[in-house]
Design a protein around this ligand. Structure first.
Ligand SMILES: Cc1cc2nc3c(=O)[nH]c(=O)nc-3n(C[C@H](O)[C@H](O)[C@H](O)COP(=O)(O)O)c2cc1C
Length: 537
């Protein structure tokens, strides 16, 4: 059950991850595990079970308090998994609103971003480890789990918000990217698409002759920052500002100890370092959100210079890989909001709703419901989507089609669309994690040859006034519901549409015939038809 906004304490946003975890626990959404759990072989499989075997409403965030690893080492910090988006209810707790209010909160945050404030220090600097402190153990101090044991080639950070900045404007990017642990002081990063913030920054720093880019990985922050970090916001928008808008208050930032990047002062852990801009090495395979292992590929890496953290940090991870997952939930909600905003900003007021189904990894299928005003609304929306949000397939449907119900989509595709007229294939921006773009081993476009990626644009709106939906009229269905209840039959969960309605093509004559029929006077219609006979040649 989602917590209503009025149930929440004080109106202040969560100061840190700790306060948020307390709220999860009070809401009955936290599963504590105190027995020893091997982070490399047991943790992710255990939590994965809730995505393969439970109803979404029963999923929880998990707090592991006694962590070991495949070599029997013990870790002195707990780990929280699925805390940001184990379910829609959990996401709503992260925004201190109800599930229904989430889209409005996102709209508001994008329209009213709040700039961060800079503070001289914060809890994230309670421990500062660098130089000799990190000689023996650096990344292995952190309980970084293996996400897909049996297939992944290393532990990877997953809730890792990579910070980098534009060399000219100084605008910070906060983007969530996996981080492959390669050595005590070396961690890989795989920014999969050319337009992604960190990838742009690496290329910009390189073009300006810098052989390394300052970078930092932020782990464990209040949810608003994570929600912004995983969302494709325009490149000239800083995620810290949108996170402030989501939180309703400015995010406090403090400067790293190795360079001048700004990180949340309330974070649990920050790993600082530099990314060589002109060297790549192999990264992967890693289980990814499209539901397959992402092939090994050349990519960048960071050389670690410092780890700063709280006295008692909590490590945080996302459960990603096969959808649905925490990743498909957290990205799906953010992308839906960003895409809706993108269409509205382009003047498409006819757009009622956008949805990226989780089974498409909240990426592959983009569904848009419109109240059509002009004949070419759907065509122009599809053209605009193809520049950024099409995924693999974008489908625009009419206002009365429930875009959360696959059966309603099949209905629209079957009878509101003609492929020769309403379907187009267009080139779209490359997304290297899509396993269908090229076979394993072939270039995925990180450098060198860029494989082609295409998207299907489908206008499944009705092209002219249609006859009514062939279900009994509303008054008859309402009568039937009363009868159903009188008979004591099982509770109904009605799917839209559950009654017939007019779609523009229904003459007064046809309406009258139906009314006559419902009164039992259908012979009147039969008589009329006798009078209108035609003779075949
Ligand atoms: C759990 C998780 C892991 C992710 N890992 C990656 C990754 O390794 N590479 C990538 O390109 N995108 C990854 N993403 C998607 C990006 O976070 C997302 O596209 C984000 O908008 C990028 O932001 P930016 O362009 O501002 O940097 C991940 C998302 C989630 C939820």
């Amino acid at each position: 059950m989602a917590t209503a906004a009025s149930d929440l304490p004080s109106g202040q946003y969560y100061r840190d991850l700790n306060e948020y975890i307390d709220t999860l626990e009070r809401a009955g959404k936290l599963q504590r595990v105190t027995r020893p759990i091997d982070k490399d072989t047991q943790m992710h499989p255990l939590v994965r079970l809730q995505f393969r075997g439970l109803e979404e409403k029963d999923r929880k965030a998990w707090l592991f308090e006694n962590i070991t690893d495949a070599k029997g080492r013990k870790y002195d910090m707990p780990l929280v998994l699925c805390a940001m988006a184990g379910s829609s209810d959990i996401y709503a707790l992260g925004l201190q609103c109800t599930v229904e209010e989430i889209p409005r909160r996102w709209d508001h945050a994008q329209a009213h971003p709040i700039a961060p404030v800079i503070v001289s220090s914060g809890p994230v600097h309670e421990q500062i480890l660098r130089g000799d402190d990190l000689k023996e153990r650096c990344l292995s101090r952190l309980p970084i789990p293996i996400s897909t044991p049996g297939f992944d080639n290393a532990p990877y950070t997953t809730a890792s918000h990579w910070i980098s900045k534009d060399p000219d404007s100084g605008l910070h990017n906060v983007g969530n990217y996996r981080g492959m642990v390669k050595a005590e002081d070396r961690i890989g990063v795989y920014p999969a698409s050319p337009g992604y913030g960190m990838r742009r920054h690496i290329e910009m720093w390189r073009e300006r002759g810098h052989d390394r880019l300052p970078a930092a990985i932020v782990i464990g922050v209040p949810p608003a920052i994570s929600y912004a970090a995983v969302t494709r916001l325009p490149n000239d928008v800083c995620e810290y500002d949108v996170a402030g808008g989501l939180a309703g208050q400015a995010i406090e930032l403090t400067q790293c100890v190795s360079h001048d990047l700004l990180v949340p002062a309330q974070a649990q852990i920050v790993v600082e370092g530099f990314v060589p801009t002109n060297i790549q090495e192999m990264e992967g395979p890693f289980g990814e959100f499209p539901g397959y292992m992402a092939a090994r590929d050349y990519s960048w890496f960071m050389e670690v210079t410092a780890i700063t953290m709280r006295k008692k940090p909590i490590y945080q991870a996302f459960l990603s890989q096969f959808p649905p997952s925490e990743s498909s939930k957290i990205r799906g909600i953010g992308w839906t909001a960003a895409c809706f905003d993108y269409l509205k900003a382009a003047g498409f007021d006819c757009v009622q709703e956008v949805h990226f189904p989780e089974t498409s990894g909240s990426f592959g299928v983009c569904l848009v419901r419109i109240r059509r005003e002009k004949d070419d609304d759907a065509t122009r929306i599809l053209d605009h989507l193809s520049k950024k949000f099409v995924g693999k397939m974008a489908i625009v449907v009419d206002e009365d089609v429930d875009i959360h119900d696959p059966n309603a989509i099949y209905w629209a595709l079957s009878y509101a669309m003609q492929p020769h007229r309403d379907v187009r294939v267009v080139d779209i921006p490359l997304m290297a994690l899509d396993p269908s773009i090229a076979p394993p081993g072939a270039s995925r476009g990180l450098t060198g040859e860029k494989p082609r990626m295409s998207g299907l644009l489908i206008d499944a709106t009705r092209d002219w006034p249609y006859p009514p939906v062939s279900l009994p009229g509303k008054e008859f269905m309402e009568g039937a519901i009363a009868l159903w209840q009188e008979l004591g039959l099982p509770e109904l969960k009605l799917r839209k549409p559950w009654f017939g309605y007019n779609l523009g093509s229904w003459s007064a004559d046809e309406a009258q015939e139906a009314a006559l029929a419902a009164r039992g006077d259908y012979f009147v219609t039969g008589e009329k038809q006798r009078g209108e006979r035609r003779t075949l040649d």
